[in-house]
Design a protein around this ligand. Sequence first.
Ligand SMILES: *[C@@H]1O[C@H](CO)[C@@H](O)[C@H](O)[C@H]1NC(C)=O
Ligand SMILES: *[C@@H]1O[C@H](CO)[C@@H](O)[C@H](O)[C@H]1NC(C)=O
Ligand SMILES: *[C@@H]1O[C@H](CO)[C@@H](O)[C@H](O)[C@H]1NC(C)=O
Length: 421
Amino acid sequence: MVGRKWSDGLLLAVLFACVWWPSAAGGAPGGAASKAKVDLKSSTYLHYKQEYRRNLLANGLGLTPPMGWNSWNHFACVINETVIRETADALVSTGLSKLGYEYVNIDDCWAEIARDYHGNFVAKNTAFPSGIKALADYVHSKGLKIGIYSDSGYFTCSKTMPGSLGHEEQDAKTFAAWGIDYLKYDNCNNGGTKPTVRYPVMTRALMKAGRPIFFSLCEWGDLHPALWGAKTGNSWRTTNDISDTWDSMMSRADLNEPYAELARPGGWNDPDMLEVGNGGMTKNEYMVHFSIWAISKAPLLLGCDIRNLSKDTWEIISNKEVIAVNQDPLGIQAKKVRSEGDQEVWAGPIAGYRVAVLLVNRGTYRYALTARWDDIGLPLETVAEARDLWEHKTLKNTFVGNISATIDGHSCKLYILKPVG
Ligand SMILES: *[C@@H]1O[C@H](CO)[C@@H](O)[C@H](O)[C@H]1NC(C)=O
Ligand SMILES: *[C@@H]1O[C@H](CO)[C@@H](O)[C@H](O)[C@H]1NC(C)=O
Ligand SMILES: *[C@@H]1O[C@H](CO)[C@@H](O)[C@H](O)[C@H]1NC(C)=O
């Protein structure tokens, strides 16, 4: 059933891609093409496109981008079972779980440096004295899912715990026995071997482990994981780590964008986890961050302290209309369709013959931005109604040919355009 749904989705996606992106055959529109690291028309790309259709990681997960929380961006290595439990509690008590945030993901530093006598992972006793199984049971009892972290090398990036290289099957079985639902798999201390050799070993181990586990490849974009990720994992990092600054965030967005055509239900480009609420950007900058991640069909993994959300953070991460764009059933990643200096237009089709349009002013000064129908893939004569997703209102006027807005520096407007009449 899952397989059928997926292929229907793909067919729809392909049909839409043809309708909405008439210029696709002639190269990516706007300024995006020049930034692409890969030639999307090359025979290698076409080969991979055939390959990944044949080799779908058949765990049925990730039909829409995953949503949840991960410990790294706020807590780094300073984690323990208390903070994980309290975060699970807070996801429920704030109402975020009802909005779709379901994964509670433990990142690096959860295990002892030494495996046990049988070669099994051991939870770090000072931080997780009750063990991971008990924590998983607790998280599940809240109606949530739990994720864990390992590495495709000998040690994780923190070097405070082992990686899974050479222990893939054993570790996958351990994770399944604990009730783990999601694995983030890092790329540190790997002895210099290729990720295309190391990652599929864990894919096969997870498939044999007897429990569907979302497989998140954290390969940092080194060897274009977008080209081989779909047969290996449910998402793949296209960049190295984000940090909590405007420049870092926007550069992750830029690096992720050229791979848009390779995202689809079951496999997503991942520009790294959200920094919204961690304090390094303004509210408007975080709105740009959340908007780009949403229309890019990126995983929406919160990275702040859920136990202590400010009103501004809550307003951003709880925006149902923006979340709905991310979770749209077509699963088509938006593209940067025009870029002029610091002014950018991003757009992508969503279900119901609608299009999500993001106007981003990357400059410092207020500026008038325009999205033209021929850039965003609407027929020129289309009359469209515009819904402003941050203002939560449908604009009184309808629009033909273009829509404009005057936007402050480091700010955005996110619209859904719907053809009318
Ligand atoms: C658990 O981790 C949190 C977050 O880093 C920290 O504030 C708290 O002191 C830790 N608790 C224990 C018992 O170590
Ligand atoms: C809660 O967040 C505020 C900022 O919104 C910060 O000043 C405060 O230190 C945080 N409290 C804790 C316990 O982390
Ligand atoms: C936008 O469209 C209107 C007509 O609907 C037209 O008058 C105007 O020149 C267009 N603006 C731009 C910047 O294309």
